[in-house]
Ligand binder design. Structure first.
Ligand code: FMN
Length: 327
């Protein structure tokens, strides 16, 4: 059976979100943490809360590291593995200019030499994290190039030299950011060229999208990772697995619980900011554009919890009874 993964999304799919999703809907095989920079503050900052085992009880969580330095990777991965995590993911996809300019995330796709040095230090170097944690799995999440699709041929050659447990492919270039549609011809190329387990990621918003994808790629992929589609409809994994559609009341209960959980975790002000980010996705469910904009404006305007609660109560009326609406 094709597995289902929740995508790493900075500020969105952290431990509060994933625990709430698991409690209300479940059916996720692996939850990836938003990227963590493995500098020497790794265990002291907000990132450490992502990997604190008590924040991830009962869930299969894969911490994701963002670096182009194998010493930092090995050190950070060692600390994470000491907590008992079985897999660590490397980020070769982040399109942010500040990240990519430093040849990290998608930035490494334009430097095959640096990529090779990093991976060699991780898998084969004298300080490899695998020396002390031989059962640790290393996976990678990659885009299909920086500015040009021709970058990908060399990238696949390098990736094939290392024993990744899984290669997650988001078929967009760095320059695409999240715009336009996924470049499926590049995903075809990934399937043809890459050895090992391939995971598809990109633009899966409904169970129907999942079915269409797996009809074509079923024999070639081991899992599908979903990001934005799961923020819009956190019940998408359950629907794919069981056929049960998310009811509006369920979505609303989820969002209410998510707000309470954020409030307990980081205070009402921060919880409000986090929920505004989530609602920027949820409101996509409102078909009429004018209504959608109005509803979102009311939510964004809310300065206090009571205003927020009023705004989302009126938003509830505008959401479709079932998600997605047409099913
Ligand atoms: C707001 C936001 C934050 C993201 N943060 C991360 C991240 O921390 N690590 C990562 O590998 N990808 C990150 N991504 C990319 C997603 O994991 C995913 O690859 C992308 O959204 C495409 O999948 P989707 O169409 O299912 O959303 C982020 C995307 C968005 C929109």
């Amino acid at each position: 059976m094709i597995k289902l993964y929740l995508a790493p999304m900075e500020e969105l799919t952290g431990y509060v979100f994933r625990n709430t999703l698991a409690k209300h809907f479940g059916c996720v095989d692996k939850y990836f943490t938003p990227f963590i920079s493995p500098d020497n503050r790794i265990m002291k900052t907000r990132s450490s809360r992502e990997i604190t085992p008590s924040n991830n009880e009962g869930l299969t969580v894969v911490p994701q590291l963002l670096t182009n330095d194998f010493e930092l990777f090995n050190e950070g991965a060692g600390l994470i593995a000491d907590f008992g995590y079985k897999e660590i993911n490397i980020n070769f996809g982040c399109p942010s200019n500040t990240v990519a300019a430093k040849y990290k995330g998608s930035g490494i796709l334009r430097s095959p030499e640096l990529m090779e040095r990093l991976l060699d230090g991780i898998f084969n170097g004298p300080g490899s994290v695998l020396n002390d944690h031989s059962d640790l799995h290393i996976s990678v999440k990659t885009r299909v190039g920086f500015n040009d699709t021709s970058d990908f041929e060399k990238v696949t050659e390098i990736l094939n030299r290392f024993p990744f447990s899984e290669i997650i492919v988001h078929p967009r270039l760095k320059k695409d950011l999240y715009n336009g549609s996924a470049r499926m011809e590049m995903f075809d190329m990934a399937c043809d060229r890459l050895k090992g387990n391939i995971v598809y990621n990109g633009d899966i918003y409904t169970a129907e999208d999942f079915i269409n994808l797996t009809e074509k790629y079923g024999g070639k992929i081991t899992a599908v990772m979903i990001g934005r589609g799961a923020v819009i409809n956190p019940g998408i994994f359950r629907q794919i697995r069981t056929g049960k559609v998310t009811a509006k009341a369920e979505l609303y209960d989820f969002l209410t619980d998510l707000f309470e959980s954020y409030r307990n975790d980081c205070g009402a002000g921060n919880a409000l900011a986090k929920m505004k980010e989530v609602w920027s996705y949820t409101t996509c469910l409102i078909e009429d554009e004018k209504t959608r904009r109005q509803v979102f404006k009311e939510i964004i305007k809310a300065k206090h919890e009571s205003e927020y609660k009023d705004a989302i109560l009126s938003a509830k009326d505008k959401l479709p009874m079932h998600i997605p609406p047409e099913m």
